[in-house]
Ligand binder design. Structure first.
Ligand code: GTP
Ligand code: MG
Length: 214
């Protein structure tokens, strides 16, 4: 019985994710599902990218959190359209939430839509939102062993951002081990190192996103 209910939920999500994907493709929208642990720098990365894009991209943001509008307020302060979703305890966004948010965002053709998923390195990887790009952010203080432990997240990523590289001198982070762990799961993903504090690597990440075709 339990299995049947789970299947129904997943089926409904897949159907809505497909509708979202069709919509994004038709309008040439780059929808980026950003998945990472709490505090790894998802919002900081979005803020830095908005700055780096300047007028080269039209950006809108969906913010997913269990509670609060803290992150949406940060995006709003840059004058970008933003919708905050509070899951009220749920550990991930789903395709229906994105559909409802997108309905009220009035996205322009060719826009970049950042979807900041709930901070969690497990649940979000199981729920397709209809996004075109899966971005996983790992950060130096979390440690180099994360790809070995949270495999599904790293397996599915189109791009992996290693953030907080400014903290490298203070943390025992084995870069070689991190890359080896990622490559054992995912040979194709782009890996870009950034520091949202110093801005290092942000232009490279912005360029990578701008040149993508959907
Ligand atoms: N030193 C350093 N701190 C950073 C960097 N990027 C983000 N931070 C800090 O890390 C903390 C968390 O950053 P956020 O961008 O809010 O992280 P998040 O992943 O959006 O967090 P949640 O939305 O709560 O899951 C903040 O205090 C940031 O200032 C970085 O590159 N270097
Ligand atoms: Mg955030």
């Amino acid at each position: 019985m339990e299995v049947k209910i789970m299947k129904n939920i997943m089926h409904a999500n897949e159907k809505l994710a497909g509708e979202n994907r069709d919509y994004f493709q038709k309008k040439g929208i780059k929808a980026v599902n950003i998945m990472a642990s709490p505090g790894s720098g998802k919002t900081s990365t979005i803020l830095k990218l908005i700055e780096a894009f300047g007028d080269r991209a039209s950006v809108a943001v969906v913010e997913g959190d269990i509670a609060s509008s803290i992150d949406a307020e940060k995006i709003d302060s840059l004058g970008k359209p933003v919708i905050q979703i509070n899951t009220g305890g749920g550990c991930h966004l789903d395709a229906n939430m994105i559909k409802v948010a997108v309905d009220s965002l009035n996205l322009s053709d060719g826009a970049i839509l950042f979807i900041e998923n709930v901070g969690n390195l497990v649940c979000p990887s199981s729920f397709d939102l209809g996004e075109g790009i899966k971005m996983v952010i790992a950060s130096v203080p979390e440690g180099h062993d994360k790809p070995y432990k949270y495999t599904s997240m790293f397996e599915l990523a189109d791009i992996i951002v290693l953030n907080k590289t400014d903290l490298m001198p203070y943390i025992d982070f084995d870069r070689e081990s991190f890359y080896k762990g990622v490559r054992a799961l995912n040979e194709k993903s782009e890996i870009i190192e950034v520091s949202c504090k110093t801005g290092e690597g942000v232009d490279k990440l912005a360029q990578w996103l701008l040149q993508l075709s959907v």
